[in-house]
Design a protein around this ligand. Structure first.
Ligand code: CA
Length: 226
């Protein structure tokens, strides 16, 4: 599980990172608001810890921007005690939880686990859906309206990853790494080849869903009106 911390207090960010690493999470830190937002938009995280008072961009603006871009990564806001309206503001704008500074690391870990469990429960359903497309991840059956086809292996892994992150751009490096287990430029071709297999199958079952390539970054599922 990969967590992004966007926090400009270095010592706090480090302390949180250390705590989460001890809980076996993979952690990345961004100390600048805008860089943090860019990172959150171009990579896939399981959770984001987001400070409010940041250089260059406020945490609430980042939250709004991510949700506007249909990024549904769970977000826990880190707010100062004086910012009494932050809780409401954050929750209204789509934060999953908030935690008031100063906090105990144990409390933070507990909150992180609750929010992640909620996400995992949602993901653990066998059927993943996007628009007219349904994928049964146990049987590999992909369906659209009355058409059905079965996929397996890497094709299934790839479509599953795209559907789990259906509202965001999925980085091709991440796909290559998670599905094929490698991370070199030469291997990204494989992702492209498998994406083309999936495109053919989507056409075959007459789904409206398209896998759009986002140049230099990765892929995103979309519906094109014809
Ligand atoms: Ca701050």
């Amino acid at each position: 599980m990969k967590i992004l911390i966007i926090e400009d207090e270095y010592s706090l960010a480090d302390a949180i990172a250390e705590t989460l690493k001890n809980e076996n999470f993979t952690v990345e830190i961004e100390t600048d608001g805008e860089e943090g937002e860019n990172n959150a938009l171009t990579n896939v995280y399981d959770l984001i810890l987001l400070d409010v008072m940041l250089h260059s961009k406020n945490g609430f603006e980042i939250l709004k921007e991510l949700r506007k871009e249909k990024n549904q990564t769970p977000i826990i806001m880190l707010t100062a005690k004086s910012e009494i309206y932050d809780k409401l503001n954050g929750l209204e704008n789509g934060a999953d939880d908030y935690i008031t500074k100063p906090f105990h690391m144990k409390e933070l870990v507990a909150r992180v686990k609750v929010v992640l469990k909620r996400k995992i429960d949602i993901e653990n359903t066998d059927i993943l859906e996007y628009e007219d497309l349904k994928l049964d991840i146990r049987t590999g059956k992909m369906k659209s309206q009355n058409n059905e086809i079965a996929i397996n292996g890497k094709e299934l892994d790839l479509l599953e990853m795209l559907l789990l992150n259906k509202k965001q751009i999925v980085n091709r490096e991440l796909l290559a790494n998670k599905i094929w287990g490698y991370n070199s430029e030469a291997e990204y071709n494989n992702v492209e080849v498998y994406v083309s297999f999936l495109r053919k199958k989507l056409k075959l079952i007459k789904s409206k869903v398209k896998i759009k390539a986002v140049r230099g970054i990765g892929y995103k599922m979309e519906v094109e009106d014809d």
